[in-house]
Design a protein around this ligand. Structure first.
Ligand code: NAP
Ligand code: MG
Length: 400
């Protein structure tokens, strides 16, 4: 048995719920602990512990990530009325991901994991398309009104310190209708742009940003301007040195290019575009279980997780004794992403190499036809052998 790989600084480890909590323990036991003398600061975000701590554990975990620099997170239940009854909760809690994202002021990047023999629905895609979604403002923080009949609708700005009010006409309504007002903040757009360029530098990916500034000259125009300024003033030289570029185009042109292109870039999206396009990319890339998610703060703090949820239905079957064929790949890649980042920050080459080896062993098993049921349905290579999660993890461990 080779010596264990040592770590310098801990990772923040965030445990979660249901089937992903079961797989979390399995991945650690079979794939990581036999090789790495794992150092983590552990936070249990399982729903019962969030309830027991009045959700303090969630903000504690987020602050720990900000302090330590790197985190890895299991999927967690977002409570609702049904969960409140199921877990006998004191109250409903906000989504843990929303709490963590707000504390880290982070941007979420979703990246599909490509495996040999699993073809994306868009046949031209050879490399993953990563989506970065701005998660503040626009239609998600709008004000809407039903207009009962004809009359004037205006936008009014009243400066906080007093002074000249600004007002413009939205519409002189000729009858009943609807109206909507929305906003964004320069600071939020700039944080988003910074997180995008940081992630792109880390992953050596070109950055695309698209909006509709030909129609929305002021609103979308401001997004375009801030991205350009942030790139020019803070990232241009670093991007040039890394051999990556920044490309702005209209959103409709971007969509057309995405479908015809071969992938391999970061697509920075406004809030609504990111909401819609991330689901399009996820479903066109294959399985939700093959999508990773990284939260990056403007200062470069990162948190890695799987994009899928707790796989609730599989959990109920597992509780009844079934060995489910739940796909652990995105969870494994969350661990490998976090370990690789820790290795890079701490200058631990063997830790980074281990993380890469873990990914190769996982993709290797799939390429050789050993996979979970969700992937077997998509496989185009030789006939796949459907394994349960435990057999699949063993198949990976054997290759490590
Ligand atoms: P989900 O857990 O993503 O699962 C939805 C369906 O997708 C599953 O029933 C399964 O389909 C398939 N699937 C997802 N991950 C899979 C995997 N690893 N292997 C195989 N199949 C997989 O979404 P949900 O059931 O809507 O949500 C369950 C809970 O997760 C909710 O309480 C929600 O709040 C939470 N959630 C958490 C996060 C997060 O923490 N990041 C994200 C989303 C949802 P089949 O049943 O057809 O096999
Ligand atoms: Mg969506």
């Amino acid at each position: 048995m080779a010596a264990l790989i040592e770590m310098k600084t801990p990772l923040v480890e965030i445990d979660g719920d249901e089937m992903t909590r079961v797989l979390w323990a399995l991945i650690k036991e079979k794939l990581i602990l036999p090789r790495v003398n794992l150092k983590t600061e552990y936070y249990d975000l399982g729903l019962l512990n969030r309830d027991a701590t009045d959700d303090r554990v969630t903000s504690d975990a987020a602050k720990a990530i900000a302090r330590v620099g790197v985190g890895v997170k299991c999927a967690t239940i977002t409570s609702n009325a049904a969960r409140k009854a199921e877990y006998k909760l004191k109250t409903l809690y906000p989504s843990p991901n929303a709490t963590i994202r707000a504390i880290l002021d982070g941007t979420v990047f979703r990246k599909p994991i490509q495996a040999a023999g699993i073809k994306p629905s868009v046949s031209t895609w050879k490399k993953p398309i990563v989506i970065g979604r701005h998660a503040y403002g626009d239609v998600y923080k709008n004000a809407e009104m039903i207009i009962p009949g004809s009359g004037k609708v205006e936008l009014v700005y009243t400066p906080a310190g007093g002074g000249g009010e600004q007002r413009i006409l939205v519409a002189d309504m000729k009858g009943a209708g609807i109206v909507q007002g929305m906003h964004n903040l320069d600071d939020s757009i700039q944080s988003f742009a910074r997180s995008c360029f940081r992630y792109a530098l880390d992953e050596k990916l070109p950055v695309w940003f698209a909006a509709k500034d030909t129609i929305s000259k002021t609103y979308d125009g401001r997004f375009k301007e801030i991205f350009k300024e942030t790139y020019e003033h803070e990232f241009k030289e670093k991007c040039r040195a890394a051999g990556i570029d920044y490309f702005y185009t209209l959103i409709d042109d971007a969509v057309a290019r995405v479908v015809k292109g071969e992938g391999g870039f970061l697509w920075a999206c406004k809030n609504y575009d990111g909401d819609v396009m991330s689901d399009m990319i996820a479903s066109a890339s294959g399985s939700l279980a093959m999508m990773t998610s990284v939260l990056v703060s403007p200062s470069g703090v990162t948190e890695y997780e799987a994009a899928h949820g707790t796989v609730q239905q599989h959990y109920y079957r597992w509780q009844k004794g079934e060995k489910t064929s739940t796909n652990p790949v995105a969870l494994i890649f969350a661990w490998s992403g976090a370990l690789a980042k820790r290795g890079e920050l701490d200058g631990l080459k063997d830790l980074t190499a281990f993380a890469k080896g873990l990914e190769e062993a996982t993709l290797g098993a799939i390429a050789e036809g050993e996979m979970t049921g969700d992937l077997a349905r998509l496989a185009t290579g030789k006939p796949a052998k459907i394994l349960d999660s435990w057999e699949f993890v063993d198949a990976i461990a054997k290759r490590l």
